[in-house]
Design a binder for this molecule. Structure first.
Ligand SMILES: [Zn+2]
Length: 108
C-alpha cells in the first residue's frame, strides 16, 4: 500500500485517504495559448518507469494539494512537499540522485 506524508498536517496517509491527479509541475495554459501548447497541457503527460513527480490531495484529511516524488516501479517514496512550487526542492532532488545514480534528474 502506498503511504504518503502530507506536508501540511504531517499525517502518514495511505492511498485510501488520498486522491492522485497525475503529473506535477505542469504549467497551466489559458484561453490565449497556442493550440499545440494547450493540447500538450491537456493530453501529453509523462508516465515514466522510475522517478516521477505527482500531484496528490489529502482528500480525507486536511483537503490540501501537495506533490510527491516516488518510484513508479518500486513505489519507494522519496519525499513530499507543498504544492506552491514551480519545481521540486533541491534537497529532494539531491536525495533522489544519491539513491538513483542512473537517474537523469528533474526535467520540466
Ligand atoms: Zn493533510
Amino acid at each position: 500500500m502506498l503511504i504518503l506524508t502530507c506536508p501540511y498536517c504531517g499525517i502518514n496517509a495511505d492511498e485510501t485517504d488520498l486522491h492522485g491527479d497525475g503529473e506535477a509541475h505542469i504549467p497551466r495554459q489559458g484561453a490565449g495559448a497556442a493550440e499545440d501548447d494547450f493540447e500538450a497541457y491537456l493530453f501529453h503527460k509523462k508516465n515514466p518507469r522510475g522517478v516521477h513527480f505527482e500531484r496528490w490531495r489529502h482528500v480525507f484529511g486536511c483537503g490540501k494539494w501537495f506533490h510527491a516524488a516516488r518510484d513508479t516501479m518500486t513505489l519507494e517514496v522519496f519525499g513530499t512537499y507543498k504544492a506552491q512550487t514551480f519545481e521540486p526542492p533541491k534537497a529532494l532532488i539531491n536525495k533522489i540522485k544519491k539513491k538513483r545514480l542512473d537517474w537523469e534528474g528533474y526535467m520540466k
